[in-house]
Design a protein around this ligand. Sequence first.
Ligand code: 4NP
Length: 160
Amino acid sequence: MADKRKALFICLGNICRSPIAEAVFLKAIKDAGVNDQWEVDSAAIGGWHVGKKPDHRALSTMEKHNLPYDNRARQIKKADFENYDYIFGMDKENMSDLERLAPKGSKAKQLMLGDFDTETPGKIIRDPYYDQGADGFEQCYVQCVRCIAGFLGKIQSGQI
Ligand code: 4NP
């Protein structure tokens, strides 16, 4: 069997947006029957929440949408840029952080997830961490569903 493709979802803390994106991606590849063709993980730019479960609002959003999740936060490391094929950031700050951290000539394509949005391509997935409630988490989920469908559609049609 061909080598697995590898996707890594990044955000600032790895407790809000990237776990939701990871869970949505895992469900999408399972539903499409291609989960054995992928290796998937998520990680943080910063190290503040290493080892923690996602924020309770992210977990509630995942539960609400029947997305199982059992991963813990970790920080991105240099080897990720060589190991993964695709590293997805959530906003412009994530993308400039990734560019700064990537060793020269490393393999991973650095992509902003919002660029694959089928409705609003180029829209960032904003950080809901400092919001009062869970609306921003639901918005993140909705965007992730569209973006991941868009990305997998492009993979399937050979555009990527
Ligand atoms: P995330 O949200 O990047 O979507 O996981 C954040 C979580 C924590 C912090 C910032 C953003 N923080 O500064 O602790």
